[in-house]
Write a protein that binds this ligand. Sequence first.
Ligand code: HEM
Length: 407
Amino acid sequence: MEPLSRRRMLQAGGALGALGALSVAQPARAQSIWTWSAAGSVAGAGVGTDPRWVWDEEADPLVASLIDRGDVPAVNALLRTWTTNGQPLPSGLPADLRDFMERARQLPSWADERKLALAVDFNTKRGLYLGVLYGLASGMMSTVIPKEARAVYYSQGGADMKDRISKTAKLGYDIGSPNAYRPEGEMIVTSVKTRLVHAAVRHLLPQSPQWADRAEEDIPISQRDIMVTWHSLPTTVMRKLVDWRVPIPAAESAAFLHSWQVAAHMLGVRDEYIPASWDEANAQAGQVLDPILAPTTEGVRLADILLKLGTPIDAGILSKPILGAFTRFMLGDRIAEWLDIPREPVWDPLLRTAWGPFIAVREGLLPFPLAPQAYWLFDEFLRKAALLFLSNARPISIEIPLTNRPS
Ligand code: HEM
């Protein structure tokens, strides 16, 4: 008899559970019913479909066709030359792709230049915290988001995590750059390319027997999944900054949210799913992110790879314990245990006692003239150094994949 795959067990569990015949087989992380109201979205209204059943109706068939037509290598080569927002698309792209990209690169009508400019101020002052939080809170959290961990692990990028992280880090870098969405910036380019990559993954992953055997869904990266990951980024970052009592003027906090609202739109998320305020974001995260966090074999392996990223520099002697301790400090004991992160007798207590005063001192100095600029220079150096290390000092190019992880 064929072995019972996870998917078939879950399907059987769901069906039988519905009949009331087998309560134990219900998946432990069954997704909650979508009740978040589109009235709280940037669109202000919507049809209310659960975004679990919404993917990308424009990009998905287009990219599937590019893959099937054998156009991807030529398209990737052309897109390598498209790097800044204001640059025209390279000539020679297939007409259907060009049409799509011309539409996809337009900022939404509700994008507010004033808020995007204020977001730059926020990023300038808080660059160091943002770097630490994106890398360690959001990055490590992604390993306990089961669907994301499996999608990443079984996709092509899962086989080379350093390369994959450098590409994801590029998005974090681009959104925090002073000219993120301006013509000289790169965030629009990065978002549109990522939208194409996600569409490719939706076509490719269902062909991976390993993914199909482990995944709960038939098609990966639904719009609900994208919002889950989105909450692991700005919502988690803002929750931590508030926890750490970093004083943030309301306008700057709203501006930071705005830069991420625009990012969600550029990644193809419908406006009716994008929260209009932090209250709405927290309410949506409470429904879609907090309850689904859980360990998976794939996530534990990915976390281990992430924690060992510093090994080429210091044989892991310092970097692994520090990264582990930071993860425990930011995400808590439960997630650290899930990820098999050991307790660190020196670093754990040090972070618990020293991080608060470190923030207080830094924040206390912020009002002094030139302090934000000096911090920015220092933070910018760290951001660039981290990106250079991750990319092995090669230019980072986000490309449409053609395969899954080699088995
Ligand atoms: C690729 C960002 C949501 C799975 C990428 C890339 C970026 C990115 C920048 C390009 C990197 C590369 O080519 O390796 C984001 C952001 C998200 C999001 C900002 C939400 C706000 C998701 C979700 C999933 C996912 C929800 C799965 C459930 C993947 C996979 C790849 C990818 C599998 C391709 C890896 C490869 O084959 O190389 N994403 N992503 N992403 N993303 Fe996402």
